[in-house]
Design a protein around this ligand. Structure first.
Ligand SMILES: NC(=O)c1ccc[n+]([C@@H]2O[C@H](COP(=O)([O-])OP(=O)(O)OC[C@H]3O[C@@H](n4cnc5c(N)ncnc54)[C@H](OP(=O)(O)O)[C@@H]3O)[C@@H](O)[C@H]2O)c1
Length: 303
Protein backbone atom coordinates (compact mmCIF):
# COMPACT_ATOMS: atom_id res chain seq x y z
CA UNK A 1 0.00 0.00 0.00
CA UNK A 2 2.51 2.74 1.06
CA UNK A 3 1.67 6.40 1.54
CA UNK A 4 1.84 8.71 -1.44
CA UNK A 5 4.63 11.27 -1.07
CA UNK A 6 3.56 14.17 1.04
CA UNK A 7 4.47 17.78 0.62
CA UNK A 8 3.10 21.23 1.37
CA UNK A 9 -0.39 21.00 2.81
CA UNK A 10 -0.08 17.64 4.54
CA UNK A 11 3.38 18.17 5.99
CA UNK A 12 2.14 21.35 7.56
CA UNK A 13 -1.16 19.81 8.73
CA UNK A 14 -0.04 16.26 9.49
CA UNK A 15 -3.03 14.92 7.54
CA UNK A 16 -2.85 11.33 6.28
CA UNK A 17 -5.88 9.90 4.55
CA UNK A 18 -6.75 6.25 4.01
CA UNK A 19 -9.19 5.96 1.08
CA UNK A 20 -11.35 2.99 0.03
CA UNK A 21 -12.54 2.85 -3.58
CA UNK A 22 -9.26 3.12 -5.56
CA UNK A 23 -10.77 1.77 -8.77
CA UNK A 24 -14.05 3.66 -8.41
CA UNK A 25 -15.20 6.97 -9.82
CA UNK A 26 -15.42 8.98 -6.59
CA UNK A 27 -12.44 7.23 -4.97
CA UNK A 28 -10.30 7.93 -8.05
CA UNK A 29 -11.25 11.62 -8.08
CA UNK A 30 -10.56 11.91 -4.36
CA UNK A 31 -7.05 10.44 -4.68
CA UNK A 32 -6.25 12.85 -7.52
CA UNK A 33 -7.48 15.78 -5.41
CA UNK A 34 -5.27 14.73 -2.49
CA UNK A 35 -2.27 14.33 -4.81
CA UNK A 36 -2.89 17.80 -6.31
CA UNK A 37 -3.08 19.32 -2.86
CA UNK A 38 -0.05 17.52 -1.48
CA UNK A 39 -2.13 15.63 1.08
CA UNK A 40 -0.54 12.29 2.02
CA UNK A 41 -2.90 9.43 1.28
CA UNK A 42 -3.02 5.71 0.69
CA UNK A 43 -5.69 3.53 -0.84
CA UNK A 44 -7.00 0.70 1.29
CA UNK A 45 -6.25 -2.71 -0.19
CA UNK A 46 -8.72 -4.64 1.98
CA UNK A 47 -12.26 -5.66 1.14
CA UNK A 48 -14.69 -3.74 3.33
CA UNK A 49 -16.28 -6.85 4.80
CA UNK A 50 -12.90 -8.28 5.86
CA UNK A 51 -12.17 -6.86 9.29
CA UNK A 52 -8.61 -8.11 9.58
CA UNK A 53 -7.71 -6.67 6.16
CA UNK A 54 -9.06 -3.28 7.24
CA UNK A 55 -7.09 -3.47 10.46
CA UNK A 56 -3.93 -4.24 8.46
CA UNK A 57 -4.59 -1.25 6.14
CA UNK A 58 -4.96 1.07 9.12
CA UNK A 59 -1.85 -0.30 10.82
CA UNK A 60 0.18 0.22 7.62
CA UNK A 61 -1.13 3.70 6.75
CA UNK A 62 -1.53 5.15 10.27
CA UNK A 63 -4.13 7.57 8.89
CA UNK A 64 -5.59 10.65 10.55
CA UNK A 65 -8.89 10.12 8.68
CA UNK A 66 -10.52 7.34 6.66
CA UNK A 67 -12.68 7.94 3.57
CA UNK A 68 -15.10 5.35 2.22
CA UNK A 69 -15.85 5.71 -1.48
CA UNK A 70 -16.25 1.94 -1.87
CA UNK A 71 -19.49 0.10 -2.32
CA UNK A 72 -21.59 -1.50 -5.00
CA UNK A 73 -23.87 0.66 -7.11
CA UNK A 74 -24.58 -2.00 -9.74
CA UNK A 75 -23.61 -2.34 -13.40
CA UNK A 76 -24.97 -1.18 -15.73
CA UNK A 77 -27.17 0.38 -13.04
CA UNK A 78 -28.74 -0.18 -9.61
CA UNK A 79 -31.13 -2.77 -11.03
CA UNK A 80 -28.18 -5.17 -10.66
CA UNK A 81 -28.66 -5.00 -6.88
CA UNK A 82 -32.18 -6.46 -7.21
CA UNK A 83 -30.73 -9.74 -8.44
CA UNK A 84 -27.45 -9.66 -6.43
CA UNK A 85 -28.82 -9.09 -2.96
CA UNK A 86 -26.19 -10.97 -0.95
CA UNK A 87 -23.34 -9.21 -2.80
CA UNK A 88 -25.04 -5.86 -2.21
CA UNK A 89 -25.41 -6.58 1.51
CA UNK A 90 -21.82 -7.82 1.76
CA UNK A 91 -20.29 -4.57 0.48
CA UNK A 92 -22.83 -1.91 1.39
CA UNK A 93 -24.10 -3.22 4.71
CA UNK A 94 -21.62 -5.68 6.26
CA UNK A 95 -18.66 -3.87 4.67
CA UNK A 96 -19.61 -0.29 5.50
CA UNK A 97 -20.58 -1.20 9.07
CA UNK A 98 -17.35 -3.16 9.56
CA UNK A 99 -15.25 -0.21 8.38
CA UNK A 100 -17.17 2.19 10.65
CA UNK A 101 -16.68 -0.16 13.58
CA UNK A 102 -12.95 -0.67 12.99
CA UNK A 103 -12.48 3.11 12.65
CA UNK A 104 -14.37 3.67 15.89
CA UNK A 105 -12.16 1.19 17.69
CA UNK A 106 -9.09 3.08 16.43
CA UNK A 107 -10.56 6.51 17.29
CA UNK A 108 -10.71 7.49 13.61
CA UNK A 109 -13.28 9.61 11.81
CA UNK A 110 -14.82 7.89 8.77
CA UNK A 111 -16.02 10.16 5.98
CA UNK A 112 -18.60 7.98 4.25
CA UNK A 113 -19.87 8.80 0.75
CA UNK A 114 -23.42 7.59 1.19
CA UNK A 115 -26.53 8.37 -0.82
CA UNK A 116 -29.48 10.75 -0.72
CA UNK A 117 -31.47 8.32 -2.88
CA UNK A 118 -33.33 7.22 0.25
CA UNK A 119 -36.07 9.84 -0.05
CA UNK A 120 -38.89 10.55 -2.48
CA UNK A 121 -41.21 13.53 -2.79
CA UNK A 122 -44.24 13.16 -0.49
CA UNK A 123 -47.14 15.24 0.85
CA UNK A 124 -44.91 17.12 3.29
CA UNK A 125 -42.17 17.60 0.69
CA UNK A 126 -44.03 17.99 -2.61
CA UNK A 127 -42.23 18.37 -5.92
CA UNK A 128 -41.71 22.06 -6.72
CA UNK A 129 -42.42 23.23 -3.16
CA UNK A 130 -38.83 24.05 -2.22
CA UNK A 131 -39.35 22.08 0.99
CA UNK A 132 -36.47 19.65 1.13
CA UNK A 133 -35.75 16.69 3.37
CA UNK A 134 -33.62 17.49 6.41
CA UNK A 135 -30.69 15.55 7.84
CA UNK A 136 -32.86 14.28 10.71
CA UNK A 137 -35.69 13.05 8.48
CA UNK A 138 -36.26 9.31 8.29
CA UNK A 139 -35.77 7.80 4.81
CA UNK A 140 -39.08 7.22 3.02
CA UNK A 141 -37.82 5.59 -0.20
CA UNK A 142 -37.18 1.87 -0.14
CA UNK A 143 -38.37 1.18 -3.70
CA UNK A 144 -35.08 -0.37 -4.80
CA UNK A 145 -32.99 -2.92 -2.93
CA UNK A 146 -29.95 -0.62 -3.23
CA UNK A 147 -31.78 2.29 -1.55
CA UNK A 148 -33.36 0.05 1.05
CA UNK A 149 -29.98 -1.24 2.27
CA UNK A 150 -28.44 2.25 2.14
CA UNK A 151 -31.32 3.58 4.30
CA UNK A 152 -30.84 0.78 6.83
CA UNK A 153 -27.12 1.44 7.04
CA UNK A 154 -27.62 5.18 7.48
CA UNK A 155 -29.95 4.47 10.38
CA UNK A 156 -27.39 2.16 12.04
CA UNK A 157 -24.45 4.51 11.40
CA UNK A 158 -26.24 7.23 13.39
CA UNK A 159 -25.05 5.31 16.44
CA UNK A 160 -21.40 5.74 15.46
CA UNK A 161 -20.21 9.12 16.71
CA UNK A 162 -17.06 8.83 14.55
CA UNK A 163 -18.92 8.73 11.21
CA UNK A 164 -19.59 11.60 8.83
CA UNK A 165 -22.37 10.49 6.47
CA UNK A 166 -22.47 12.42 3.20
CA UNK A 167 -25.74 12.02 1.30
CA UNK A 168 -24.53 12.23 -2.33
CA UNK A 169 -27.15 12.49 -5.11
CA UNK A 170 -26.97 12.06 -8.88
CA UNK A 171 -23.26 12.96 -8.91
CA UNK A 172 -21.98 15.16 -11.73
CA UNK A 173 -18.40 15.98 -12.68
CA UNK A 174 -16.78 18.18 -15.31
CA UNK A 175 -15.60 15.04 -17.14
CA UNK A 176 -18.40 14.68 -19.66
CA UNK A 177 -16.86 11.51 -21.10
CA UNK A 178 -17.32 9.53 -17.89
CA UNK A 179 -20.26 7.12 -18.21
CA UNK A 180 -20.93 7.42 -14.42
CA UNK A 181 -21.54 11.16 -14.74
CA UNK A 182 -25.29 11.91 -14.48
CA UNK A 183 -25.08 14.31 -17.44
CA UNK A 184 -23.34 11.73 -19.61
CA UNK A 185 -25.94 9.16 -18.61
CA UNK A 186 -28.96 11.27 -19.53
CA UNK A 187 -27.47 12.47 -22.82
CA UNK A 188 -27.08 8.80 -23.85
CA UNK A 189 -30.53 7.55 -22.86
CA UNK A 190 -33.13 7.02 -25.59
CA UNK A 191 -35.70 8.84 -23.49
CA UNK A 192 -35.51 10.72 -20.20
CA UNK A 193 -37.97 11.72 -17.51
CA UNK A 194 -38.05 15.37 -16.53
CA UNK A 195 -38.08 15.77 -12.75
CA UNK A 196 -36.36 18.38 -10.55
CA UNK A 197 -33.82 16.80 -8.18
CA UNK A 198 -31.05 17.70 -5.76
CA UNK A 199 -27.64 16.86 -7.21
CA UNK A 200 -23.97 16.81 -6.22
CA UNK A 201 -21.38 18.65 -8.31
CA UNK A 202 -18.28 16.65 -7.42
CA UNK A 203 -15.80 19.31 -8.61
CA UNK A 204 -17.17 21.61 -5.93
CA UNK A 205 -18.18 19.12 -3.23
CA UNK A 206 -15.28 16.64 -3.09
CA UNK A 207 -12.89 19.41 -1.96
CA UNK A 208 -15.51 20.31 0.64
CA UNK A 209 -15.47 16.73 1.94
CA UNK A 210 -11.70 17.06 2.46
CA UNK A 211 -12.32 20.27 4.35
CA UNK A 212 -14.95 18.48 6.44
CA UNK A 213 -12.33 15.94 7.46
CA UNK A 214 -9.94 18.74 8.41
CA UNK A 215 -12.69 20.22 10.59
CA UNK A 216 -13.43 16.78 12.07
CA UNK A 217 -17.12 17.09 11.22
CA UNK A 218 -19.34 14.10 11.88
CA UNK A 219 -23.07 13.25 11.67
CA UNK A 220 -25.37 13.27 8.66
CA UNK A 221 -25.02 15.88 5.92
CA UNK A 222 -27.16 16.46 2.85
CA UNK A 223 -24.22 16.57 0.44
CA UNK A 224 -25.81 18.38 -2.49
CA UNK A 225 -25.73 21.86 -3.95
CA UNK A 226 -28.66 23.99 -2.76
CA UNK A 227 -31.82 23.89 -4.90
CA UNK A 228 -32.95 21.53 -7.62
CA UNK A 229 -32.44 21.14 -11.35
CA UNK A 230 -34.51 19.07 -13.76
CA UNK A 231 -33.36 16.70 -16.48
CA UNK A 232 -34.59 19.05 -19.20
CA UNK A 233 -32.86 22.06 -17.64
CA UNK A 234 -29.56 20.16 -17.71
CA UNK A 235 -30.12 18.99 -21.30
CA UNK A 236 -30.93 22.55 -22.36
CA UNK A 237 -27.60 23.69 -20.85
CA UNK A 238 -25.89 20.80 -22.66
CA UNK A 239 -27.41 21.92 -25.95
CA UNK A 240 -26.50 25.59 -25.32
CA UNK A 241 -22.90 25.00 -24.20
CA UNK A 242 -21.80 21.73 -25.81
CA UNK A 243 -23.82 20.62 -28.81
CA UNK A 244 -26.31 22.95 -30.54
CA UNK A 245 -27.62 19.96 -32.56
CA UNK A 246 -28.44 17.93 -29.45
CA UNK A 247 -32.05 16.88 -29.02
CA UNK A 248 -33.81 14.47 -26.72
CA UNK A 249 -37.12 12.83 -26.05
CA UNK A 250 -38.98 12.77 -22.75
CA UNK A 251 -41.19 10.10 -21.31
CA UNK A 252 -43.32 9.82 -18.20
CA UNK A 253 -42.51 8.02 -14.97
CA UNK A 254 -45.06 5.37 -15.93
CA UNK A 255 -43.29 4.82 -19.27
CA UNK A 256 -39.89 4.79 -17.54
CA UNK A 257 -41.16 2.09 -15.17
CA UNK A 258 -41.50 -0.26 -18.14
CA UNK A 259 -37.77 -0.10 -19.00
CA UNK A 260 -36.29 -0.34 -15.49
CA UNK A 261 -36.65 -3.01 -12.84
CA UNK A 262 -36.72 -1.00 -9.60
CA UNK A 263 -38.25 2.46 -9.11
CA UNK A 264 -35.80 5.39 -8.79
CA UNK A 265 -35.78 8.07 -6.11
CA UNK A 266 -36.62 11.69 -6.94
CA UNK A 267 -36.30 14.28 -4.22
CA UNK A 268 -35.07 17.60 -2.92
CA UNK A 269 -32.64 17.58 -0.01
CA UNK A 270 -32.38 20.69 2.15
CA UNK A 271 -28.75 21.86 1.91
CA UNK A 272 -29.03 24.58 4.59
CA UNK A 273 -26.75 22.77 7.05
CA UNK A 274 -23.94 22.39 4.49
CA UNK A 275 -24.39 25.97 3.24
CA UNK A 276 -24.12 27.28 6.81
CA UNK A 277 -20.81 25.44 7.28
CA UNK A 278 -19.58 26.40 3.78
CA UNK A 279 -21.20 29.76 2.85
CA UNK A 280 -19.39 29.77 -0.52
CA UNK A 281 -21.39 26.70 -1.67
CA UNK A 282 -23.08 27.53 -5.00
CA UNK A 283 -26.72 26.86 -5.93
CA UNK A 284 -26.97 23.84 -8.22
CA UNK A 285 -27.59 25.69 -11.48
CA UNK A 286 -24.75 28.18 -10.86
CA UNK A 287 -22.39 25.35 -9.94
CA UNK A 288 -23.32 23.42 -13.08
CA UNK A 289 -22.48 26.40 -15.28
CA UNK A 290 -19.31 27.41 -13.43
CA UNK A 291 -17.83 23.95 -12.83
CA UNK A 292 -19.15 21.85 -15.71
CA UNK A 293 -20.53 23.72 -18.70
CA UNK A 294 -18.27 26.78 -18.93
CA UNK A 295 -15.01 24.77 -18.72
CA UNK A 296 -16.34 22.37 -21.41
CA UNK A 297 -17.93 25.01 -23.63
CA UNK A 298 -17.85 24.15 -27.34
CA UNK A 299 -20.44 26.58 -28.70
CA UNK A 300 -19.53 30.21 -29.48
CA UNK A 301 -20.37 32.76 -26.80
CA UNK A 302 -23.37 34.76 -27.99
CA UNK A 303 -23.20 38.56 -27.61
N1 LIG B 1 -22.36 7.01 -8.67
C1 LIG B 1 -23.53 7.33 -8.16
O1 LIG B 1 -24.52 7.56 -8.89
C2 LIG B 1 -23.68 7.51 -6.67
C3 LIG B 1 -24.75 8.25 -6.21
C4 LIG B 1 -24.89 8.44 -4.85
C5 LIG B 1 -24.01 7.80 -4.00
N2 LIG B 1 -22.99 7.05 -4.47
C6 LIG B 1 -22.15 6.34 -3.51
O2 LIG B 1 -20.79 6.70 -3.57
C7 LIG B 1 -19.96 5.55 -3.39
C8 LIG B 1 -18.95 5.49 -4.51
O3 LIG B 1 -19.62 5.51 -5.75
P1 LIG B 1 -18.87 5.41 -7.16
O4 LIG B 1 -19.82 5.88 -8.17
O5 LIG B 1 -17.50 6.01 -7.07
O6 LIG B 1 -18.76 3.82 -7.27
P2 LIG B 1 -17.95 2.92 -8.31
O7 LIG B 1 -17.33 3.74 -9.40
O8 LIG B 1 -18.85 1.81 -8.68
O9 LIG B 1 -16.74 2.35 -7.43
C9 LIG B 1 -16.98 1.50 -6.37
C10 LIG B 1 -15.67 1.19 -5.69
O10 LIG B 1 -15.99 0.37 -4.56
C11 LIG B 1 -15.08 -0.73 -4.56
N3 LIG B 1 -15.71 -1.85 -3.87
C12 LIG B 1 -16.88 -2.46 -4.16
N4 LIG B 1 -17.14 -3.42 -3.27
C13 LIG B 1 -16.11 -3.40 -2.40
C14 LIG B 1 -15.81 -4.15 -1.23
N5 LIG B 1 -16.62 -5.11 -0.80
N6 LIG B 1 -14.66 -3.86 -0.59
C15 LIG B 1 -13.81 -2.92 -1.01
N7 LIG B 1 -14.05 -2.16 -2.11
C16 LIG B 1 -15.19 -2.42 -2.78
C17 LIG B 1 -14.78 -1.02 -6.00
O11 LIG B 1 -13.60 -1.74 -6.07
P3 LIG B 1 -13.48 -3.14 -6.88
O12 LIG B 1 -13.54 -2.75 -8.31
O13 LIG B 1 -12.18 -3.67 -6.44
O14 LIG B 1 -14.66 -3.97 -6.44
C18 LIG B 1 -14.67 0.40 -6.54
O15 LIG B 1 -13.38 0.90 -6.30
C19 LIG B 1 -20.91 4.33 -3.34
O16 LIG B 1 -21.05 3.85 -2.02
C20 LIG B 1 -22.21 4.86 -3.82
O17 LIG B 1 -23.30 4.24 -3.16
C21 LIG B 1 -22.79 6.91 -5.80
Amino acid sequence: MGLATANGDSQASGLRFLIYGRTGWIGGLLGRLCADRGIAFAYGAGRLENRSQLEADIAAAAPTHVFNAAGVTGRPNVDWCETHRAETIRANVVGTLTLADVCRERGLILINYATGCIFEYDEKHPLGSGVGFLEEDTPNFVGSFYSKTKAMVEELLKNYENVCTLRVRMPISSDLTNPRNFITKITRYDKVVDIPNSMTILDELLPISIEMAKRNLTGIWNFTNPGVVSHNEILEMYRDYIDPEFSWRNFTLAEQAKVIVAPRSNNELDATKLKKEFPELLPIKESLIKNVFQPNRKTPIRP
